[in-house]
Design a protein around this ligand. Structure first.
Ligand SMILES: NC(=O)c1ccc[n+]([C@@H]2O[C@H](COP(=O)([O-])OP(=O)(O)OC[C@H]3O[C@@H](n4cnc5c(N)ncnc54)[C@H](OP(=O)(O)O)[C@@H]3O)[C@@H](O)[C@H]2O)c1
Length: 303
């Protein structure tokens, strides 16, 4: 271990297998690992696999691990947990080097059901534990998320979920979990990108000591043609995607861009040798329009 950015410890240099069995050098040690309540530190830059078809997932995750990502974000609802587990096991990396998140979906709320869903995920992954288990959506209409959270607390006590958190929770949902169970989620994974910056929710996270994790961090590509972002990218001779990933990192967000394109997988990770100025950060902060591309967490039940 050696000191990383902002005093955060970073993991040592390591190597991974490529999909074709070759071994490549990685820059895994460039990524800050942020302390996570109750679990192992979380690599601030991870790799998302939403909408990666199962048949492509093992190859895409192998590519990400070879590039240096050490944090993979999947979910039962993505239907590619098995292939994610397969890629991690085939990587040649120690299990402890890879941080894995999966999520409990909306039909699996409730104490017993959530526990069953967790064990089904673990069986599909063919792993002994996950690093982070998230309640995918609060589904307030079913009013079961507190019971689900009680199951999560027990899975954490059993060491099967090294850390537990939530996704798409609003301030009232977070406060209810804390007041009714006394256990604060380690992290809240929410839609967050230049067009939806969630200042109120991020403030609430700081108050409660919850990490902020950004999903659809590139606004699914929609932020990448923005003239402000394109202009900043040109100044740095970087891509718009790299500028947006860098903006998240400098804000302190955990960030999990997704791509199935090898060059973009590399590009989104190659963000540790430039820095956005205060003025550039402010210019991107000024793009917030409060615009969601995903569902409203207050009402979302099923796709
Ligand atoms: N908790 C939740 O409810 C929730 C919801 C949504 C997502 N997530 C998580 O967040 C992750 C990321 O979100 P996301 O997949 O919705 O969207 P995203 O990461 O914001 O954007 C992915 C899109 O941007 C493209 N892209 C990626 N890098 C690029 C680059 N450098 N230049 C140009 N285009 C680029 C990708 O294209 P190609 O793939 O074709 O290269 C893809 O179309 C997901 O994979 C998932 O793990 C969580």
């Amino acid at each position: 271990m050696r000191p990383g950015p902002r005093g955060i410890r970073c993991h040592a240099y390591s190597r991974a297998q490529t999909g074709d069995g070759g071994e490549v050098s990685t820059q895994a040690d460039s990524v800050a690992r942020i302390p996570l309540r109750g679990g192992s530190p979380i690599p601030q830059l991870g790799f998302g696999v939403f909408q990666v078809p199962p048949r492509d997932t093992a190859e895409v995750v192998a590519k990400a691990l070879a590039v240096g990502y050490r944090h993979i974000d999947t979910a039962a609802a993505y239907r590619n947990e098995a292939q994610v587990g397969q890629a991690i096991r085939a990587s040649g990396l120690d299990r402890g080097e890879v941080f894995l998140t999966t999520k409990c979906f909306n039909d699996d709320h409730g104490y017993e059901q959530a526990k069953r869903a967790f064990h089904a995920s673990l069986a599909r992954l063919e792993l002994d534990y996950v690093d982070l288990y998230l309640i995918h959506w609060p589904v307030p209409a079913h009013d079961l998320y507190v019971e689900t959270w009680r199951a999560f607390i027990d899975l954490h006590s059993e060491g099967l979920a090294r850390a537990i958190g939530v996704s798409n929770f609003q301030p009232a949902h977070l406060r209810r979990l804390v007041s009714e169970t006394g256990q604060t989620p380690a992290i809240n994974q929410v839609e967050l990108h230049p067009y939806l910056q969630q200042p109120g929710l991020r403030h609430e996270h700081r108050e409660l000591g919850i990490l902020t994790e950004a999903w659809s961090p590139l606004a699914q590509g929609r932020a990448l043609g923005d003239p402000t972002i394109v202009g900043i990218a040109a100044e740095h001779s970087r891509s718009a995607g790299q500028v947006v990933v860098r903006w998240h990192l400098q804000l302190g967000n955990v960030v999990i861009p997704k791509s199935v394109t090898p060059e973009r997988i590399e590009q989104n990770f190659d963000v540790f040798d430039f820095e956005l100025s205060g003025a550039e950060m402010e210019a991107i902060n000024g793009l917030d329009a409060g615009t969601r591309i995903g569902p409203d967490p207050e009402t979302f039940v099923r796709p």
